[in-house]
Design a protein around this ligand. Structure first.
Ligand code: GLN
Length: 303
């Protein structure tokens, strides 16, 4: 399969859709990103790499970090984690509060904000330095010099009133053990991680490889845990658009409001796209289009 030719063709054609979405505007660091940025990177389990456009430029990974958060949470807490957070699609916006009230402070899944905040609380209970350990964990996925954008982390804190409400509400229901401020500090730092498409494709490759990092051979998750993380990405990775993403793209994946999306084809490859303009559901408009074209033209998906 000539991935490079396919990517070139898809990206050329996808540029026609630029201008149809809107860049996230709730903090200056995201509002000021050039909306025409567009990059794609592929990494295969055989060690091949392909890239096109702005694939080496770092951007704010935002909610893509919820996957790293979950993987670390599973590593430190195992199945106990699932007493605090569910695995069902929410069908609601990523930062919705309503469901939490009638479900007694137990978030539907780890990829909506409420669920990620609970997993962050679990990390705080198990790790001495969760912020530093998160960075070294991502670096262990063959990514060098991972860092937080402190300006983004501060703006997230200044504007994140809904996240503050979510943690407080769950604390009231006994589903947060640590201090609200500590949970928010770690969560907002995760949102502020900067990575490129190339780094994201590389760091997600273990999820396409049964839980083992190709190259280093390090096992991050068991194959069963890897199946579960991929299943949750498929059913919950795109909030109230998860069904559309599965229907159009047919792959497990995760998006962030920085405009990034990462998806995996088990046993084959990982692919990351960055295009900052979002659709009304908060997912990259061109990013979804690129991935839809990729699985359509290659005939490769999990279905
Ligand atoms: N920083 C954003 C928040 O916590 C991340 C949301 C996202 O990427 N969907 O609300």
């Amino acid at each position: 399969m000539d991935y490079q030719a396919i990517l070139n063709e898809i990206v050329d054609e996808a540029r026609a859709f630029l201008g149809e979405g809107r860049v996230a505007s709730y903090i200056p660091a995201l509002a000021n990103v050039d909306p025409r940025k567009l990059g794609v990177a592929i990494e295969t389990v055989n060690g091949e790499q392909f890239a096109v456009g702005d694939a080496t430029e770092r951007f704010s990974i935002q909610s893509i970090s919820k996957v790293f958060n979950l993987v670390l949470g599973i590593r430190v807490a195992g199945d106990d984690l699932w007493q605090r957070v569910g695995v069902e699609p929410s069908g609601n916006r990523f930062n919705s509060l309503v469901q939490l009230e009638y479900e007694n402070g137990i978030p539907r899944n780890p990829f909506i904000n409420a669920g990620a905040l609970v997993v962050t609380d679990v990390l705080l209970s198990h790790l001495r330095e969760p912020n530093a350990e998160m960075l070294s964990f991502v670096e262990s996925l063959r990514c060098s010099s991972i860092y937080y954008d402190e300006e983004v982390a501060v703006s997230e804190r200044e504007t994140g009133f809904t996240n503050v409400a979510l943690v407080n509400f769950m604390k009231a229901h006994g589903n947060i053990s640590n201090s609200v401020d500590d949970v928010l500090n770690v969560y907002f730092h995760q949102c502020s991680i900067e990575m490129s498409c190339e780094g994201l494709a590389r760091s997600f490759l273990f999820l396409a490889n049964g839980g083992v990092v190709p190259g280093s051979g390090e096992r991050i998750l068991t194959s069963s845990q890897t199946k579960r993380v991929n299943a949750i990405m498929l059913t919950c990775g795109f909030y109230d658009e998860a069904g559309q993403f599965a229907y159009r793209v047919g792959l497990p994946g995760k998006s962030g409001v920085g405009g990034g999306i990462v998806a995996v084809i088990p046993d084959v490859l990982s692919i990351a796209v960055w295009s900052p303009e979002l659709n009304p559901r908060g997912n990259s408009l061109v990013g979804i289009h690129v991935l839809e074209q990729f699985t359509t033209l290659t005939g490769m998906s999990i279905f």
